[in-house]
Design a binder for this molecule. Structure first.
Ligand code: GTP
Length: 444
């Protein structure tokens, strides 16, 4: 998924990335995932669902079916080819594209999600951020619904978003803006965040270096967790390896994830704990060999990644050998988007599609989804508890009312009085039953 301010080159990036992919389906015939989400929503197996969980409702359904009157991109009606070509226009609705690609020797189902750029007042930006969060949570809801089925679909697809490339503006500020900080903090609770500096052809080497430092400094200061390619703990291991420490030559690594800062603190702390932890690590099945650690260190050193998008559709760019490339042409020379001397796109691409694909998925499922699931179940238990309490209170009030109504009745019989109007049920207290306005657990 790509997100960030309007006009930073998110769609251009997706188009450029798309151009590097080896599509399995000729012409990239694709389903727009928005309609798949709709399908999943109506097919979430109510009959098989053990509980009373409602089918998740897709936040993109409406945007997918919206007629985009002004013909802007991402109406949800184009296929990926249509989306990857043609005139660039402002993205107004999220666009999801499901691709089957070959990467290395593997077949991968890849979903690319473009989101409308943030623009406007803080309120508008926050509301837009809410929509992206709702979208991310909807993908978790699909997993949750699937997991609750008595008979699960063995072919169920993994809809979760494994990475959000957050595009950063370098025109006005060198680090993170206040809006970036707010958005990143929120998105960082639901998805792996990878920061990206787009339009890097407009920055000099020194400017790029300063901007990367400023972004990382701001992120650390505001406790924004970007995805760590190399956790502090693994960095220590790499250092030990590089210093020729035989003991550390092939250490096992625990999986990193947001919150790995604690691991870093542990390193500076108790030696015994550290040893114990290392023993535990030795039981871990994951091995990072020195080359992998070095690759991780390289990717970590590139973060935030600079990217340059190819020129708009229709412009053919050739390198000095006349070879057609994805690039941009200037009076002083030609930029190649996939040249690591020019920007970090190549490294980012291989991290996403190859070296870190599995790790991004594991952290999404093991950390973000689990966190969401726990929050959701806790919230439901709490609301069920409140509903239960409310019902009990109502019952008590009704019983009390009945007792009170019976008392004057005796009086009336004794005194022959027609009074007691003050004890009549005036309808203020509702009766408990299926039509009660207060939700019972069965209505959850
Ligand atoms: N110089 C330069 N211009 C770029 C680059 N990438 C995109 N652009 C230009 O930036 C403008 C905006 O690009 P888009 O890809 O539409 O940006 P976006 O982030 O999708 O914008 P929204 O749809 O508003 O969110 C276009 O004119 C692009 O040609 C780049 O790497 N370098």
């Amino acid at each position: 998924m790509v997100a960030g301010n309007s006009g930073l080159g998110k769609t251009s990036f997706i188009r450029t990335l798309f151009g590097t992919l080896k599509l399995r389906t000729r012409g990239g015939a694709l389903k727009n995932k928005a309609s798949m989400a709709k399908f999943a929503s109506s097919d979430s197996g109510a009959s098989e669902d053990q509980g009373s969980e409602k089918s998740p409702t897709s936040p993109v359904e409406s945007s997918a079916s919206t007629q985009n009157g002004n013909g802007t991109k991402a109406s949800g009606t184009k296929d990926s080819v249509g989306y990857a070509t043609g005139k660039l226009e402002r993205t107004l609705n999220s666009f999801e594209t499901l691709l089957e690609i070959d990467e290395g020797n593997e077949k991968i189902n890849l979903t690319l999600v473009d989101t409308p750029g943030f623009v406007g007042t803080d309120d508008v930006i926050d509301a837009h951020c809410d929509e992206i969060l709702a979208y991310l949570e909807y993908q978790f809801d699909l997993t949750l619904a699937e997991e609750r089925k008595v008979r699960r679909n063995p072919k169920a697809t993994d809809n979760q978003i494994h990475a959000c490339l957050y595009f950063l503006d370098h025109s006005g500020t060198s680090g993170l803006s206040e809006a970036d900080i707010r958005i990143l903090k929120r998105l960082g609770t639901r998805v792996n965040l990878i920061p990206v500096i787009s339009r890097a052809d407009t920055l000099t080497r020194t400017q790029t270096k300063k901007m990367k430092q400023a972004i990382l400094k701001d992120a650390a200061q505001h406790q924004i967790n970007f995805f760590q390619f190399l956790s502090p703990k693994l960095a220590q291991r790499l250092l030990a390896q590089q210093q020729g420490d035989g003991e550390h030559h092939k250490k096992r690594a625990s999986r990193q994830g947001p919150g790995d800062d604690e691991e870093a603190e542990e390193l500076g702390g108790n030696d015994e704990e550290e040893e114990e932890e290392e023993e535990e690590d030795d039981d871990d099945e994951d091995d990072w060999d020195p080359e992998t650690l070095e690759e991780k260190a390289r990717l970590q050193s590139l973060t935030p990644f600079t990217v340059i998008a190819q020129e708009e559709d229709g412009v053919e760019i050739r390198d000095s050998n006349g070879k057609l490339i994805q690039g941009r042409e200037f009076p002083w020379g030609v930029l190649n988007c996939m040249d690591s001397q020019h920007c970090d796109l190549n490294g980012l691409r291989s991290a996403l599609l190859s070296s870190h694909r599995q790790e991004l998925k594991e952290i999404t499922y093991g950390y973000f989804y689990e966190k969401y699931r726990t929050e959701k179940l806790l919230a439901r238990t709490k609301s069920q508890h409140i509903a239960h309490q409310q019902q009990q209170q109502l019952r008590q009030m009704q019983q009390q009312q009945q007792r009170q109504q019976q008392q004057p009745h005796h009086h009336q019989q004794k005194n022959g009085s027609a009074g007691g109007t003050h004890l009549r049920n005036n309808g203020a207290i509702p009766t408990v039953g299926p039509s009660s306005p207060i939700a019972g657990p069965w209505e959850e």
